[in-house]
Design a protein around this ligand. Structure first.
Ligand code: ATP
Length: 228
């Protein structure tokens, strides 16, 4: 009997502070281009590379990701990184996903070109290529990196790296947070339910360097010095 378990699974990790249309567009581009059965969005619990930065609480970030995918059946959300104690390492997430999905699953880890340029700073980056195929998607303001360049830096990446010329949406969470602080519209950058959630919970209203002092101590995390 044919199995209904999806075999080709995309994984898009991120801080998602907040999730935006750029994230959804790269998830969908990867799904279409690589014929993935589904893409799982995984908000980071303790993103140790965003060192010294303030990050909105995991509960809010997870809630926004759930709202963003609610009318997109090809996208799913997982809270495994939020539930796991300690710093968030992608290799641990992939190991958990492998256990959950079984040996037959083909795992594709999706990330933007800016992130792949930082791979050397990640925790055990070589192991990533043992555990999945890495998919780097173009991003405005980030110069594309070729598979040959990546293989040169990580010989283990051979046959385990793909690049996609993505939808090139010039959207970043940093810009969205700044726009809210400046009382400018974010309607063109996030799905409507996410925009509504942000306003209902008064997220990002204070400038980053004032947020700590504001009455938001319960909605933000102070992160340790490293994140991924
Ligand atoms: P910030 O501005 O706070 O750094 P971000 O917009 O880059 O946030 P993240 O949650 O850090 O969002 O990104 C998660 C993943 O999605 C990363 O691999 C990042 O490179 C990728 N990504 C985010 N926005 C885009 C975009 N507009 N185009 C392509 N890739 C993107």
């Amino acid at each position: 009997m044919a199995s209904t378990t999806p075999h080709r699974i995309g994984i898009l990790g991120g801080t998602f502070d907040p999730i935006h249309l750029g994230h959804l567009a790269i998830a969908e581009a990867a799904r279409d281009r690589l014929d993935l059965d589904r893409v799982i969005l995984i908000p980071a619990g303790r993103p140790w590379l965003k060192s010294g930065q303030q990050v909105t609480s995991a509960d809010h970030r997870l809630a926004m990701v759930k709202l963003a995918v609610e009318d997109r059946p090809e996208l799913e959300v997982s809270s495994i990184e939020i539930e796991r104690p300690g710093p968030t390492y992608t290799v641990d997430t992939l190991a958990e996903m492998r256990d959950e999905k079984g040996n037959e699953a083909e795992l594709y880890f999706i990330l933007g070109m800016d992130s792949i340029r930082e791979l050397r700073r990640w925790h055990e980056p070589e192991r990533l290529f043992d555990m999945c195929t890495v998919v780097a998607v173009s991003r405005p303001d980030s110069v594309d990196i070729s598979t040959a360049e990546i293989e040169c830096e990580f010989p283990v990446a051979h046959d385990r790296i793909k690049t996609i010329r993505g939808p090139m949406l010039d959207i970043s969470a940093t810009d969205i947070r700044q726009r809210i602080t400046d009382s400018r519209s974010i309607s063109d950058s996030v799905p409507p339910p996410v925009e509504q959630y942000i306003h209902e919970h008064s997220l990002y209203v204070a400038a980053p360097n004032r947020r700590e002092a504001a009455d938001h101590a319960d909605t933000t995390l102070r992160l340790p010095d490293r994140h991924e």
